[in-house]
Design a protein around this ligand. Structure first.
Ligand SMILES: N[C@@H](CCC(=O)N[C@@H](CS)C(=O)NCC(=O)O)C(=O)O
Length: 213
């Protein structure tokens, strides 16, 4: 079935490598699932964009007749019936995927909003201990096992690693050796390298075509 991934036409340097289309690309690469990329304008977000993604965000996908937004829902949908979501561990894998988004990424977003959007370093410093606490709690779990939801890599590890990348980008991963090790092992996978290269090439092509900045 034809799969289309939609991301922005262009973004500034800072979020490159972190835009959430990357996690969808990564899942597709893990699954050997071909996809094509479409874009919506970053600057002028129109009605067609909102019809597919009610919050005017990316990513969203079209898989056959189905249009889906929310990266967590997209990853679970793509992983359905594959080795990334083994049936016997589905509840635990879903639990950890949601934990990555809801219990870890939420705090990273608070830090990101203070530091990058508000450009308020003091506010960011006040948020940092909340992030650190969550990473320390995660570190204690990952001290006990290689992968977050069982003996092998699943879609929950993919999501968790992509969230950990944000902490790494902001220099918050330092003391959390087990989280850092999990991230290193997850991103050493060939599927991640392919996804990352394609993600970065997308922005380079946008620059070459003339950035809308
Ligand atoms: N919960 C959403 C978050 C999507 C999101 O934050 N997308 C960012 C790009 S990575 C975006 O479109 N930001 C622009 C905005 O929120 O206006 C998901 O996981 O898909």
């Amino acid at each position: 079935m034809t799969l289309t991934l939609t991301t922005y036409d262009w973004v500034p340097q800072m979020p490159r490598g972190l835009v959430r289309d990357l996690r969808v690309r990564w899942a597709c690469e893990e699954l050997g699932r071909p996809y094509s990329v479409e874009t919506v304008p970053l600057r002028d977000r129109g009605a067609a964009h909102q019809a597919a993604q009610p919050f005017h965000q990316v990513p969203f996908i079209r898989d056959g007749d189905r249009v889906l937004f929310e990266s967590g829902a997209i990853l679970l949908h793509l992983a359905e019936g594959t080795h990334l979501l083994p049936e016997d561990r589905r509840p635990e894998i879903t639990q950890w995927l949601i934990a990555a988004l809801n219990s870890v990424e939420t705090w990273l977003m608070a830090y990101f909003l203070a530091r990058v959007v508000d450009d308020d370093d003091q506010a960011a410093e006040r948020r940092a201990p909340l992030v650190t606490q969550r990473l320390a709690q995660l570190d204690a779990v990952l001290a006990q096992r290689d992968w977050i939801a069982g003996p092998d890599f699943t879609v929950a590890d993919l999501m968790l690693a992509d969230v950990s990348r944000q902490a790494q980008r902001f220099g918050l991963l330092g003391p959390h050796a087990h989280v850092a090790d999990h991230l290193a092992r997850a991103t050493a996978r060939r599927a991640f390298a392919r996804a990352f290269d394609d993600h970065m090439a997308h922005w380079a092509a946008a620059d070459a075509a003339g950035s809308p900045a």
